[in-house]
Design a protein around this ligand. Structure first.
Ligand code: CMP
Length: 232
């Protein structure tokens, strides 16, 4: 089993820390192992800890007024969540639940604040990562306004492959490392499950994607086909 310090070294947020600062931070972490489907953070709750993902995956989601689920993001090893309410003092902004068995490291708000004060490099990295997130949000907002469901599905699968996928030995196809149901994909692109199912079927028939029965994950066999479809 990896030590806290080893895990911290693979978390981009703390990549700039020197070994002493890293060891100090590691000594303040708490570990939690949770099965898939476990709520970790509830929207509206008071802020608490910052969560670092050592292994596994989580979804950031919220319910619409009509009760449908919207998935804002999927996060995996090396990512973090729970920083927003710590930074602005407001309640939790969204729900976060595990998608699979996940090991999380919790850092208390005071410890995060102390680290940021003592290590300005962490603040810069945090700002960079939050800017990156805002940039992605802008792109997704544009997608939502200008693309049809198939275009949005193509775009979302490619984005997920970039953040939660691995390039296969053929040097081209991409294996998504996260199990996503058709309802999950619908919640990611803001469409009904039926329309998403139709788009996925068309991509499967054309050979652009395949369902990996063993892992339960999607395989993108022809990323260029999805990229072209996401353009219009
Ligand atoms: P916090 O508001 O403390 O608790 C919920 C967390 O979900 C939030 O911090 C962020 O870490 C994360 N989060 C909220 N909205 C988004 C989003 N649009 N994209 C990615 N992560 C988000």
């Amino acid at each position: 089993m990896k030590t806290e310090a080893e895990i911290l070294r693979s978390v981009p947020l703390f990549a700039e820390l020197n070994p002493e600062a890293l060891a100090l931070l590691a000594s303040r972490l708490r570990r939690r192992k949770l099965p898939g489907g476990t709520p970790v953070v509830y929207k509206g709750d008071p802020s608490g800890a910052l969560y670092l993902i050592a292994s596994g995956r989580v979804k950031v989601h919220q319910a619409t007024t009509s009760g449908d689920e919207v998935i804002l993001d999927v996060k995996g090893p090396g990512d973090f969540f729970g920083e927003m309410s710590l930074l602005d003092g407001q309640p939790r902004s969204a729900d976060v639940s595990t998608l699979e068995t996940s090991e999380l490291l919790l850092l208390g708000g005071d410890d995060l604040r102390e680290t940021i004060h003592q290590q300005p490099a962490v603040a810069w990295t945090l700002l960079r990562l939050l800017s990156q997130r805002l940039r992605e949000q802008n792109e997704q907002a544009e997608m939502l306004m200008t693309r049809d469901v198939a275009g949005r599905v193509a775009d979302r699968l490619l984005r997920l492959a970039k953040s939660q996928g691995t390039l296969q030995p053929d040097g081209k196809s991409l294996q998504l490392e996260v199990r996503l149901t058709q309802s999950d994909i619908a919640a990611l692109v803001g469409a009904t499950r039926e329309r998403v199912s139709r788009a996925l079927s068309a991509f499967r028939t054309s050979g652009a994607i395949a369902w990996n029965k063993e892992t339960g994950c999607w395989l993108i066999k022809k990323p260029e086909v999805l990229a072209k479809r996401a353009e219009r």
